[in-house]
Design a protein around this ligand. Structure first.
Ligand SMILES: Cc1ncc(COP(=O)(O)O)c(C=O)c1O
Length: 382
């Protein structure tokens, strides 16, 4: 079975509605580019004004600019870590399209967002990069993208896809892909194929590991999912491209374990949410049963406590990542190039100062998760 057919089966759509790419950025870039001449900017200008949430990473926004459009940053809702409805309502008049991100896998308030968008004739695309396999989301908009990349639901490190709901637009994407996809290339294929094994090796090198990582990055043998030029909004010349078959096979194999992975993650989400005070994580986590999140976001009361907590968790062997600790994560993102003005979305920026992420990956045992909660609880009551 081809990956396209598998994704279609999972999401209950026709295979021709699914488009497979080398990453989620390519999927979003292809969709937004295919809208040229189809969706006419409300303000009569050349570029579409596209709403994006402010508590996000640069890779969720760069395709907006690469496709010649303009991002409009929307404030972040504390309950869902996605679009804030009251800010959306204010900004909708000037928007043509909204990208709704389901952050960490937490469902955004699609009913509320859809109602507002319909009133203003604004289209929706859902960003399900963090939620592959959750079929309760990704169907409310005109299209959705998802990712098989680094730190996503599966540990496949590469790949992404687009699902288009409108059949006329399906033909447009097909047409756009025909003349615009880059060649992934054999050398790059080999590098990306070997990369997961190299990561395992360098992680075992301890003291020498950081030099090996530096060397690996400079030779293009290791990647954290970004090329350094992307921080300045430059597009790597191999985006957008399709996905070589060797990776399709790997992803298909990994999808066989999808239910196991999702249920492991949801067991850890249950454990974290029942062991931590409910003020320490977004309300939507307790409001949704059996949520399978790629990371469990913890919101501490101050940046100082966050830093203390990260140090203590790392000391205990916890894999804590720095996701979203900066507006348009990572901290190297050139905000000016991305059209984000510091202070523009204060709620998102405050969240960025206070968030940390607990892991939900397969390597985390329940006993580890309990230990991490004890550490966090002891810091919060200090
Ligand atoms: C919310 C979100 N959207 C889109 C992307 C892009 O996915 P990819 O890394 O496959 O290009 C990412 C990746 O980090 C993401 O976190």
């Amino acid at each position: 079975m081809a990956l396209r057919d598998k994704a279609a089966e999972i999401y209950g759509v026709k295979a021709k509605q699914v488009f497979i790419y080398c990453n989620g950025r390519s999927a979003m870039l292809a969709y937004l580019s295919s809208l040229k001449g189809v969706l006419i900017p409300k303000d009569g200008g050349d570029d579409l004004k596209i709403g994006v949430i402010s508590f996000t990473c640069s890779s969720a926004v760069s395709p907006v600019l690469w496709s010649g459009n303009k991002p409009c940053y929307i404030e972040t809702d504390l309950d869902t870590l996605s679009v804030d409805l009251s800010d959306l309502e204010v900004k909708l008049v000037k928007l043509d399209l909204v990208i709704v991100q389901h952050s960490f896998g937490i469902p955004a308030n699609m009913a509320g967002i859809k109602m507002l968008c319909e009133t203003h004739g604004v289209r929706i695309i859902e960003d399900c990069a963090h939620a592959f396999g959750d079929t309760s989301i990704g169907k409310a908009g005109d299209a959705m993208i998802s990712s098989f990349g680094i730190e996503k639901v599966l540990n496949t490190k590469i790949g992404g896809f687009l699902i288009v709901n409108d059949m006329e637009q399906v033909a447009k994407v097909d047409g756009w892909n025909e003349g615009n996809l880059e060649n992934f290339g054999l050398v790059r294929s080999l590098k990306w194929f070997l990369m997961p094994y190299l990561w395992v090796i360098v992680r075992q090198l301890r003291g020498l590991g950081k030099y090996a990582v530096k060397l690996g990055f400079s030779l293009g043998l290791l990647s954290d999912g970004y090329e350094s030029i992307e921080h300045d909004l430059k597009k790597p010349n191999w985006y957008p491209s399709g996905l070589p078959k060797m990776f399709e096979r790997k992803i298909l194999k990994s999808i066989n374990g999808l239910e196991n992975i999702r249920s492991h993650r949801s067991k850890l989400v249950d454990l974290y949410s029942s062991s931590l005070g409910s003020s320490m994580y977004p309300d939507a986590i307790s409001d949704n049963e059996q949520l399978s999140l790629i990371k469990f976001p913890v919101i501490l009361d101050s940046k100082v406590h966050r830093e203390i907590a990260i140090a203590a968790l790392r000391e205990a062997g916890c894999y804590v990542t720095d996701w979203y600790n900066h507006p348009l994560y990572p901290s190297k993102t050139n905000l000016e190039e991305f059209g984000y003005e510091l202070g523009e979305c204060p709620v998102a920026q405050d969240l960025a100062d206070r968030v940390l992420n607990l892991p939900t990956a397969m390597f985390v045992q329940e006993a580890d998760a309990k230990k991490y909660c004890d550490i966090l609880n002891s810091i919060v009551v200090e």
